[in-house]
Every structure is written in structure tokens, then in C-alpha cells.
Design a protein around this ligand. Structure first.
Ligand SMILES: [Ca+2]
Length: 108
């Protein structure tokens, strides 16, 4: 297991609490996204050879999202919309968000 996945376990506990009823609201989903990005930023910041790990960091975040958010229902969001738009949007947003982290702190 990667260092990031280790760190994400803390976020996973939060996700399990949020999703204990099998549901996640849209604000909770965005908040969860923010928690994952924060954990990723901490790990990337601590890395030595960061450029080598970019794809791994993106993949770990997406795998984590698939595990903890994708199975949950978003109340008040039609299922087709969450399945085809909202969750894919959040999932794809990890890449540009992590790119922004690398741009901000990756070069040194
Ligand atoms: Ca729904």
C-alpha cells in the first residue's frame, strides 16, 4: 500500500461515518473531495522525487473515491445524473486538482 493510501485511511474513516446510512449529500461529496486533496497535498509535499509519482497519486485518489463515494446514493440527485455527471465530474477533477498541487509545490 502506498503512503498516500495509508494517509487516506483517515479520510476513509470520515467517509465511513458520512456514508453509514448508504447516502452522501452533494456538499458532503465535495467536502470529501477536499479532504482527499488535502491528504494528497501533504503527501506530495513530503515526497522527494515527486514527478515520478504523479500518475500514482491520481490513481490512488480515484481508487479511493471509487471505493468510498461511488457506491453511495446522493439523495435529491437523480440517479442517472449522479452516475453519469456528478460522480464522473468529481472523479475527473482529481487530475487537474493534483496537477495544481504539483504546479504549486512540485518543482522544488
Ligand atoms: Ca440519487
Amino acid at each position: 500500500m502506498s503512503e498516500l493510501m495509508d494517509r487516506l485511511e483517515d479520510v476513509g474513516e470520515l467517509a465511513n461515518k458520512i456514508g453509514a446510512d448508504g447516502k452522501i449529500t452533494l456538499p458532503e461529496a465535495f467536502s470529501f473531495f477536499g479532504e482527499v486533496i488535502e491528504a494528497a497535498a501533504e503527501i506530495v509535499h513530503a515526497m522527494e522525487s515527486r514527478q515520478d509519482h504523479f500518475e500514482e497519486v491520481v490513481k490512488d485518489c480515484q481508487t479511493f473515491f471509487d471505493r468510498h463515494v461511488v457506491p453511495l446514493d446522493m439523495p435529491h440527485v437523480p440517479d442517472w445524473l449522479e452516475r453519469r455527471v456528478v460522480k464522473p465530474f468529481l472523479r475527473r477533477s482529481f487530475r487537474p486538482a493534483i496537477e495544481a498541487i504539483y504546479d504549486a509545490i512540485g518543482g522544488d
